[in-house]
Design a protein around this ligand. Structure first.
Ligand code: BES
Ligand code: MN
Ligand code: MN
Length: 466
């Protein structure tokens, strides 16, 4: 009998090469110029699912980028695992900060990944992590070890808000029916300490435009006498946090569920070194909401951040000008039970109300989504923990993450099932940044751990039903 361990050892080069082929296609969803590459990637995913053993695979058209659906149904009486992942990636900018081209994958050793890591945009988020599922499935088919039904749903718009997936899920409840959803699109604490993500933050994302005078002005002739939209915008943004770094938007915290002391104590047990955290980011100190630890600030507390700000002259040399307009993109990370639409509304009203009469303000909402928190007393979590314990030799720790996968809350609402977030990335893998990478150890360990999830999930499922 081939064990998953030996199967991975025998096939690891092929697994890496196949992932390389996927990483070479620049499937950037944010930029319409890459539409063809999006379609090519969807096609490549389809072929990989067919080869791995899906009985039915289709590329489903949507109003936006296609969704690849595949399944292998063996028995209607057995449970069904729905695997979700995304084949789209973030833009590679700023491209000049990459040590090697973002779409020419290459293996390099790092301090955290002494056995090597794959460097490429999407290596960790999420092509590498979704491909672990394809290869784990391939093993289960090859060795006749698939213990239940499996469905794959791989989308191409996660990085831009999953609006087509929303559309697709609402129209295909029957097709997507399942007992548990399995996603690898998050991280874990370290390669010695696996963790299972039990929470994701929600999101409200807005773009703001501040308009002053109707044209750009000479900053000598007009400076001091009219509102400079850049001065005003930065002042308005600065006022969104008070001296304790609380967000000042009225009502913003109304629905925030405060964690109990017990929960906070539980959370503080996870291994974490503030020194290493600061060292890794080359910062002398952290910064954030008064009264909360770093891990609390970046997971169970909401946050407001400017993601981009522009306006005026940014070319070579000095140009003396007062720009007519200034802009910023602002994200608000939300926690249960904050409602993204309500928050967007509150932001808009507040931002308009703090603007002086000398400027006009326009707020445009972008995508958003609800936060998600999952309990750990269900069989999905238990199965995942058993799987990690077997492959890592230590139990996994539940951990709330600060990132967002807005579609997870929608899955619960529309498909009525829990999601298990089995992530194998590390925070240091630089997702969304230049030099994104994914450890070879993590990639292979993921492929090794996933079939055990299926095994234990089906065991627990059957026990539950006797
Ligand atoms: N995979 C990430 C989310 C993530 C990463 C969660 C690490 C937890 C740990 C996902 O692809 C992502 O980037 N999501 C976006 C939100 C989306 C609406 C653009 C995010 O969190 O910024
Ligand atoms: Mn992702
Ligand atoms: Mn992402």
């Amino acid at each position: 009998m081939t064990t998953i361990k030996s199967y991975v050892q025998e096939n690891k080069e092929r697994f890496i090469n196949e992932l390389f082929d996927l990483l070479k296609i620049p499937s950037i969803s944010a930029d319409p110029a890459y539409k063809n590459d999006i379609l090519k990637t969807a096609e490549a995913i389809k072929i990989s699912l067919e080869k791995a053993g899906c009985l039915k695979v289709e590329i489903c058209k949507t109003p936006g980028n296609p969704i690849v659906y595949g399944d292998h149904i063996i028995d209607k009486n057995l449970p069904t695992v729905l695997v979700y992942g995304h084949y789209d990636v973030q833009p590679a900018d700023p491209i000049e900060l990459w040590d090697s081209p973002p779409f020419e994958p290459i293996i390099k050793k790092t301090e955290t990944h002494p056995e090597g890591a794959i460097f490429a945009r999407g290596a960790c988020d999420d092509k590498g992590q979704l491909y672990m599922h394809v290869k784990a499935f391939e093993f289960m088919i090859q060795n006749k070890e698939l213990p239940c039904n499996v469905k794959f749903m791989i989308e191409g718009e996660e990085e831009v808000g999953s609006s087509s997936l929303d559309w697709f899920v609402k129209r295909n409840q029957e097709k997507l029916s399942n007992d548990v959803i399995l996603i690898s699109d998050t991280g874990m604490i370290s390669n010695d300490q696996p963790s299972i993500t039990t929470g994701l933050r929600g999101l409200s994302y807005v773009e703001v435009e501040v308009t002053g005078p109707n044209r750009d002005l000479h900053s000598g002739l007009y400076g001091g006498a009219v509102a400079n939209p850049i001065n005003i915008l930065t002042k308005m943004i600065a006022s969104l946090h008070d001296e304790n770094n609380h967000i000042t938007i009225p009502g913003f915290y109304n629905k925030v569920i405060e964690s109990t002391d017990e929960e906070r104590k539980e959370m503080a047990k996870a291994p974490f070194s503030l020194d290493n955290y600061k060292k890794a980011l080359d910062i002398e100190d952290v910064y954030g909401e008064k009264g909360y630890t770093t891990n609390e600030r970046n997971s169970m507390r909401p946050a407001l951040d400017v993601n981009g700000i522009w306006g005026g002259y940014i070319g070579e040399g000095a140009k003396t000008v007062i720009a007519s307009k200034a802009y910023a993109k602002i994200s608000m990370r939300l926690v249960p039970d904050q409602d993204p639409d309500e928050i967007t509304d509150m932001f808009t009203k507040h931002f308009e109300s703090i603007a002086p009469k000398s400027v006009k303000v326009k707020v445009t909402p972008h995508h958003g989504g609800h936060a998600y928190v999952t309990p750990i007393d269900n069989i999905g979590y238990k199965a995942a923990n058993k799987a990690y314990t077997e492959t890592f030799g230590v139990e996994a720790i539940p951990q709330r993450s600060g990132g967002s996968i807005p579609i997870v809350a929608l899955f619960e609402k529309e498909l009525k099932s829990k999601t298990i977030l089995m992530g194998f990335g590390l925070d240091s893998d630089a997702i969304h940044s230049p030099n994104e990478h994914f450890g070879i150890f993590n990639y292979l360990k993921g492929i090794e751990t996933i079939p055990l999830f299926y095994k234990y999930y089906v065991e627990l499922f059957k026990n539950q039903n006797v």
